[in-house]
Design a protein around this ligand. Structure first.
Ligand SMILES: [Zn+2]
Length: 463
């Protein structure tokens, strides 16, 4: 499936992923062709096919960087639309769905199936880099969840960042916790993170595999005295830190009541801010917190669909972005967002901020930047997220095949303003991972049947 040289020819528009006016490559003056050699973009311009080179015809297509999804829980891909949690907010939903259903993920085959399904959904929307916040770990676990998710990403050819989650204390929010949410000791948690770093982590700017230290929440999943040692150990290992923060107003109230300060001040006190840290959600922030996140370079994984779905609110992502902060886009787990689709997520981001902040609250170009280069910056993958010579060849070719995309006066913005469509071709690290709309080697109908069977097994076990 890999080609030493490949030409994407005749794009209608090329979106670079870069901020501001640099988002749009001028195809008329500077050419509409992109050559890929090995894993990198070799050239963008007026290019002629070379002998033996594969050519992908991009006439009438938008060409853009692969989306970068900076927060997910892949194991939740088999937990969509569970009736017991469908109308609940974060706290009730956590107890009714992710915690309650953890016992069904004791089997490697189920974990692999869920991860595969989530990754396939993402790939079909043009996503090439996935940061998965995997927190299904507990003492005596019968299989290697880290290996399983890395294997599934590698089988599809995707760039994968394992945010190794977990907990070192029994969480006060877990009602009737099953054995699968028993805590690890701090020593075991840190040893497991280091083991994953040794096995999987590549610090290169175009790494296909990264490991991040990511206790599930800094407030409930670890005792306060563990926060500093965890941050210190991550920095000793040269890896990033990730967690959830300030998802709901209840969360903010809890932090004020228990710790006497705002959530961002709380994590700052324990070494958990900086360019090597990013948080999912950050829905409820004061202006002082926005300023502090921007000043310290602490990143946001903005998950507007999950925040809408759980009724959590709308994160001030445009304010952080315009303050010079680091903002990325993410789908979050499927148990709180039944669409693991970066096109859909971008469309929602564009819509929801204008609904609450007016028509100049965010532009389509800003959303595209957040979902591509913004995400790569948050993850420290500097050779990813933009289309330019020398950058990793993570490229999406998006035909405008949907009637919804017809009649557009500025088709280049279709991926954000239409929120529909499917790529014809996706390259990740120079490899064609979606070819003429098909994932090479994947039987999609077999995946569907396996997912339906897994849901039936869960339903039978609970009836
Ligand atoms: Zn999450």
């Amino acid at each position: 499936m890999s080609h030493s040289s490949l030409l994407i020819r005749g794009a209608q528009a090329i979106l670079t992923g870069r901020a501001g006016d640099a988002m749009r490559h001028d195809v008329r003056s500077h050419g509409a062709d992109i050559r890929v050699r090995g894993s990198r973009i070799d050239a963008i311009g007026h290019l002629t096919p070379e002998h033996g080179e594969r050519v992908i015809d991009a006439h009438g297509c938008i060409v853009m960087p692969g989306w970068v999804n900076t927060h997910h829980h892949l194991f939740q891909s088999l937990l969509k639309g569970i009736p017991a949690g469908i109308n609940l907010g974060l706290m009730g939903w956590l107890s009714a769905v992710p915690v309650s259903y953890r016992r069904h993920f004791d089997h490697e085959a189920v974990m692999r199936l869920a991860a595969r399904l989530g990754l396939v959904e993402l790939l079909l929307s043009g996503c090439t880099t996935v940061a998965d916040h995997q927190y299904h770990y507990y003492p005596g676990m019968p299989f290697d969840a880290s290996q399983a998710v890395f294997d599934e990403a590698a089988a599809l050819g995707l760039r994968f960042v394992l945010c190794r989650g977990g907990q070192t204390v029994t969480r006060s929010i877990d009602v009737n916790p099953p054995p699968q949410v028993q805590p690890e000791t701090l020593e075991d948690f840190l040893a497991a993170v280091e083991h994953d770093v040794q096995r999987f982590h590549d610090p290169a700017p175009d790494a296909l595999r990264r490991v991040v230290c990511a206790p599930t929440t800094p407030t409930w999943s670890v005792p306060v005295e563990h926060l500093r040692p965890i941050a210190d150990e991550a920095r000793r290992l040269g890896i990033r830190l990730h967690s959830h923060l300030s998802e709901t107003s209840d969360y903010v109230r809890y932090t004020h009541e228990v710790h006497g300060c705002s959530p961002v001040d709380f994590v700052e006190q324990h070494g958990w801010v900086g360019e090597d840290v990013w948080y999912a959600h950050l829905v409820h922030l004061s202006s002082a917190e926005v300023t502090k996140l921007a000043r310290t370079g602490t990143g946001m994984a903005h998950c507007p669909q999950s925040n809408c779905r759980l009724g959590s609110g709308v994160a001030p992502a445009p304010a952080l972005h315009r303050a010079g902060g680091r903002v990325s886009l993410a789908v979050d787990g499927a148990a709180s967002n039944e669409a693991a689709d970066m096109l859909h997520e971008a469309h929602t981001a564009w819509m929801v901020h204008r609904a609450v902040g007016g028509p100049d609250a965010i532009t389509a170009e800003e959303v595209l930047h957040m979902g591509t280069a913004g995400g790569a910056r948050v993850l420290g993958l500097d050779a990813v997220g933009t289309l330019a010579p020398g950058q990793a060849a993570d490229i999406v070719v998006m035909p405008l095949n949907e009637p919804r995309q017809w009649g557009l006066h500025d088709p280049a913005m279709a991926p954000v303003v239409s929120g529909a469509g499917r790529p014809s071709h996706v390259l990740c690290h120079g490899r064609v991972v979606l070819d003429n709309g098909q994932i090479p080697g994947l039987d999609l109908q077999a995946l569907r049947a396996e997912a339906q069977a897994a849901v039936r097994v869960m339903q039978t076990a609970r009836s």
